[in-house]
Design a protein around this ligand. Structure first.
Ligand SMILES: N[C@@H](CCC(=O)N[C@@H](CS)C(=O)NCC(=O)O)C(=O)O
Length: 253
């Protein structure tokens, strides 16, 4: 049996869920408690971050290594050619969007005025444990801000980076939200770009759909992103290539 160890609102975990779903591979998810997760991830894979996939005896950490493992092991519904220049192009785009995912996360965490909906989305999959879960929330917020470097200077830089990334995406698709990044069908490049930008668009049925609490200037930035071709492209990828993202996830928990 396959198990995906995850945080439900992690966009890197969403990238892996999308790939597993696209390939029609059955899996269960195990939600780890943020912070305490490290006890398990260090033991399992010598790492601190999620996702981690256990597939029988095989344990693979990091969404890119998982992606390569899944493509090599399960060739159905391929998202990456096994060789050639297109493979290199897709991997370069995947890597670029993996790096942009860091800026998306830092910028978003830098815009939150009211953390209630975010901590709720992170922790509601865990048992209340006589109030302990909810008492952990302030510590969790502090930990996230430290871990992800949420300082005004770095958040401002992340805004520039993520907007540059959207410009590059629009050049690539010629401002046409129906196009794919490489060739004429979905690849790992599209999944990485759409999943790692998705928290900015909160597509319906995704773990970010009910998240709010952003400042008014941040809401304006988010509205502008939603209107531009890159924002429409992300929503289109979800509508067209990622049906029922959350329902599938929860059914498997
Ligand atoms: N390069 C990694 C990044 C994964 C990542 O940043 N995961 C975050 C959640 S979005 C995490 O597990 N953070 C907790 C930690 O590092 O302790 C990947 O692609 O899997």
């Amino acid at each position: 049996m396959r198990t995906l160890y995850q945080f439900s609102i992690s966009h890197y975990c969403e990238k892996t869920r999308w790939q597993l779903d696209h390939k029609g591979l059955a899996y269960r998810v195990e939600h780890l408690f943020p912070g305490l997760h490290r006890l398990k991830t260090r033991r399992m894979a010598g790492t601190t971050s999620l996702p981690i996939l256990r597939d029988g005896a095989q344990v693979v950490a990091d969404s890119t290594d998982i992606a390569l493992y899944l493509e090599a092991t399960y060739p159905q519904a391929p998202l990456l050619p096994s060789a050639g220049p297109l493979r290199e192009e897709i991997l370069a785009l995947e890597d670029r969007h993996d790096r942009l995912g860091v800026h998306v996360r830092r910028w978003l965490y830098g815009q939150i005025e009211d953390w209630a909906s975010v901590t709720d989305a992170m922790l509601r999959v865990h048992r209340p444990l006589f109030g302990l879960r909810d008492r952990a929330k302030p510590m969790l917020v502090k930990g996230l801000r430290t871990l992800y470097g949420v300082t005004p200077e770095r958040v401002a830089k992340s805004e520039v980076e993520l907007l540059d990334g959207l410009d590059a995406l629009e050049k690539r698709i010629h401002n046409d939200p129906s196009r794919y990044l490489v060739g004429d069908h979905l690849s790992l490049a599209d999944i990485s770009a759409a999943a790692l930008y998705a928290p900015l668009l909160s597509p319906p049925d995704t773990p970010w759909a009910n998240i709010g609490g952003f400042s008014a200037p941040a809401r304006e930035v988010l509205d502008r992103i939603r209107e531009r071709p890159a924002g429409q492209w992300i929503l289109e990828r979800y509508r067209h290539d990622r049906p029922h993202a959350t329902e599938q996830d929860e059914a498997r928990a």
